[in-house]
Ligand binder design. Sequence first.
Ligand code: MG
Length: 311
Amino acid sequence: MTTSTSIDTLSEQGRQEFFNSFDNVLTDCDGVIWMLNNVISGAPEVMNGFKAQGKKVFFVTNNSTKTQTQILEKFKTLGFKACSKDVITTSFLAAKYLKANMDPSKRVYVVGSPAIASELDDLGIKHFGVGPDYLQSSVPTFVENVKLEDDVNAVLVGFDEHFSYPKIFKAASYLKDPNCLFVATNTDESFPVNGTRFIMPGTGSLVCSVKTCAGREPFIVGKPFSYIRQVLMETSNIDPSRTLMIGDRCNTDILLGKRSGFKTLLVLTGVNTYNDIENYRKSDDPELQELVPDYYAESIASLKNIFPVSL
Ligand SMILES: [Mg+2]
C-alpha cells in the first residue's frame, strides 16, 4: 500500500535527509502560500528561506487570469521574494506552447481573459476573441449571420468571465479544421466558495463545453499535465528526481509531481484533507492511489523545522 509521511513527525535526521533530498522547489499558490489575498502564516519565511539556502524556487499556478507581472506584484505585497522567471502561470505556458507550435502568420481565437491576451502580445502572437460576445438574437438568426475568420490556426481556452454560446459555437467551428490547434490552460473543475451554497465553475467546466461540441481533446498546459516539467527542464535545467512539488490539491499538484518524477508534499491548508489521503491510500483504484503524496504537513509553516539553520 502506498504510504505518506508526516513532515511534522520526522526525526532530526529525517528532517535533514528530507531537506538534502531536493534542489528545486515548485509550489502551488492558492491554498498553499496564500488564500485569495491573505498570506498563509509562515509562507514567506519558508519560501524566502529556500532561496536563501540555495534552492531554486518556482511558483506554479493554474490561474490564467493574471499575467506574470500582475502575480509578481502580489508576491511583493505579501512579502515573497520572486522574479519573473520564478513564476509560471498557465497564460504564460499557453503562449509559450503556441509560439513554438503554431503558424506565426496566423491568429489564435481566444476564449479567455485579458491576461492571456497580454502574454500572447508579449510573444508577438496575433489573436482575437477576448471580451464580451453574447447572443444578441435567437440562435437561428445568430447562425445565419455569424462570420468566421479565415486565418485561425489555434483555439485557446482559459478562464473567461464572458463565456457564452457564441464563443462555444465559434471555438468548435474553428476546431472543425483538423490543422487548427486546440489548447487549454487547465481543467480545474470548480472552486468551493467557503461557507456558502455556491460553487464557482472553473476553467475545466468551460473547456468541457468546447471539447464536447468540437469532439476533440485539447493539449492542456497546466497541472497535472507534464508540459510544465518539459518547460522547466528546457529553461532551468532542473533534475526531476531532485525536485519537490508542494500543493494543496491532489488531482492537480500532487498528480503533476507523480507524473513528473518529483517528490510530492500536500499541505492541509487548502482543498484536500488528511481523510482524502487515507481514502486514496486504502483504495484499490490505481488512479486514486496515484494521488497519495509522498509527504504531508499541517501547513507550509511546518517546513520551517526542516531548515538546517533556524529561520
Ligand atoms: Mg491550490
